[in-house]
Every structure is written in structure tokens, then in C-alpha cells.
Design a protein around this ligand. Sequence first.
Ligand code: ATP
Length: 323
Amino acid sequence: MNKSIAVLTSGGDAPGMNAAIRAVVRTGIKNGWDVYGVRNGYQGLINGQFERMTTRDVGGILQRGGTILGSARCLEFTTVEGRALAIRNLNQRGVEALVVIGGNGSQTGAYELNKMGFPVVGVASTIDNDLVGSEITIGVDTALNIALEAIDRLKTTASSHQRAFILEVMGRKCGYLALTAGLAGGAEAITVPERETDPEQIAETLRMSYEHGKNHALIVAAEGADYNAAKLTEFFKEHRDRLGFSVRSTILGHVQRGGEPGASDRILASRLGCGAVQALVRGEYGVLVGLNQNKVTTTPYEEIVGKTKELDSDLFELARLLD
Ligand code: ATP
């Protein structure tokens, strides 16, 4: 009998997840294994939503955003009973190992499942880039480019009206996206959850930019920063007279997750998806597959779960230097 594995996508969707599914399915099948796709993340694992996948089932999905398997947040899976149900469903189908494509929460769930004796390998996929164990995660590059496109458009309209724009990007706990979008987009100021914001200093930067004749200004704010778009707007309302610019804000929201994955994410996802199957071939599980120093690596869950990647201080300083 062939060995069987299953693959699921969990948590927030990220552009490139489909390329990772494709890589897992095709590498698994080439290895002589049966591969099942699980619908809607951990919820599907509990509900028993398994589908046998063929090489053809994952044809034409490389360029598609989102995830063909669907994703979900699942409270039940955080309980021992929920995970026991998931293991029962996996065992009933003869599935011997699971590949979990997802972010921090999903990998914590995978770790818990693995601790209960079911072999799991994780694939680092989240637009937050907050996972320890992978320098870059699937979806980040595409999300960053979407944010950048929005910045470039906002700058055009801002210049015509002498406006300052606040652009809020995703990042509840992690400011990576705000920092890199701000750096690449030439923002005057960036706010992130990991650093305290001095709104007075931002107001001063805007005032000086205006006085130096700049015809627009840009602030990129992470949604989880102490001063996100709403908080900054509130603050600037009270300091309108001294800013020079009139201020507008845009929240990019879920637009960042949509769209087709770029080349980098397709390649990264293909490498990590294939890396997950190769780990299983080696008999390795209880690990996260990630990219470090341009090599596909595995890191034991014990070393990554419960941690969040720190903000790159050098990048933060660089963004400040160039504002
Ligand atoms: P992203 O942050 O990119 O949106 P994520 O993977 O971090 O993705 P979460 O919503 O944090 O998304 O987690 C996804 C799912 O993982 C949860 O709905 C839950 O089912 C499972 N999960 C999260 N934390 C745990 C935990 N401590 N134990 C078991 N399962 C968990």
C-alpha cells in the first residue's frame, strides 16, 4: 500500500499558498505517495473534508491568489478534544503525515498536533513575516508589492493637492510589512507595533517637509501600531494648523492579500512545498520548513513556537535616515 499524506492551508490566506499546495501534491505523487487535500484548514480536518488529489488537480493554480483548498480559523482545534477528532479522521483514511501551510497560529496548532503523536511538517506562509524559523515567508513579497503600488498611486494624487497621506497596512503584532513598504515607498514616517511612536515628532516632520516645499508626504502605519491610521488622524486633527498639509488616510485592508502571487512567492512556495515532502522522505517531522540564507531549512517546532520574529533594527534606522 502507498504511503498517504495530507496537506492543508490555515489562518489568513497568502499569495503563493497554491504554489505550495501544487509542490506538495506533485512531489508527494512523484515519490509514489497518495496525497489528500484537506478543505478549510483545521476545520476540515475535524469535519473530515478530505479529497484525494492528482497532479492534474493542481494544474493551472500556480498563478492564482488565495488558496484552492480554502482556509479557516478554527477554535475547536485549540482544544485537545478537537485535535483528537482530527487525528481520528486522519487515521481513518490511513494518512500518515500532514503538511500545514500557514502562519504563526497555524504552526502552533501543528506543533500541538505533532505533540499528540501525529507527524506534521509546517510550511512558513503568512504575509506578516512574523514566523521565527524562516527569514521570509510565502506571500510577503506579493503583499509588499501591492502596498507599494498603492503608495505610488497615493503619491500622485497627494502631489496634486499638497496632501499628506496615511496608509495603513496589515500587521497586528509585526511591523515588517509597514517597515518595508515605507522604506520602498519613501515614507516620511513609519509606525510599527514593536516601537513606540512619538506623534509630535511625526507632526514636526510633516511641518518641516511642507516648509521645505515638498508637495506631498506619506506615513505608513501598521494596523497594530500604537498610532495606526485612526489614532494618527485623531492626533493630526488637533494639530491641523501647524502641519501645512491636509491629511487623508487610506486603509489597505484585505486588498493586500488578494491578487496573483509574484515570481518570488511562486518560487519560494515551490521550494518550501517540495522541502516539506523531502523532510518527510527523510523521516523528519515536528519541524517548520523555511528559507534561511537562501537555503531551504527545517527548524524544530520547539525552537519557534511561542516566539515572534523581531523587527530588523537596521532597516528601521535606514528608513529613518532616508525620510
Ligand atoms: P496569519 O497570521 O497569517 O493570518 P495564522 O496561521 O497565524 O495566519 P491564526 O488565526 O493565528 O492564523 O491561526 C490559525 C488557526 O490555527 C486557528 O484558527 C486555530 O485553529 C489554530 N491555532 C492557533 N493557535 C493554536 C494553539 N495554540 N493550539 C492549537 N491550535 C491553534
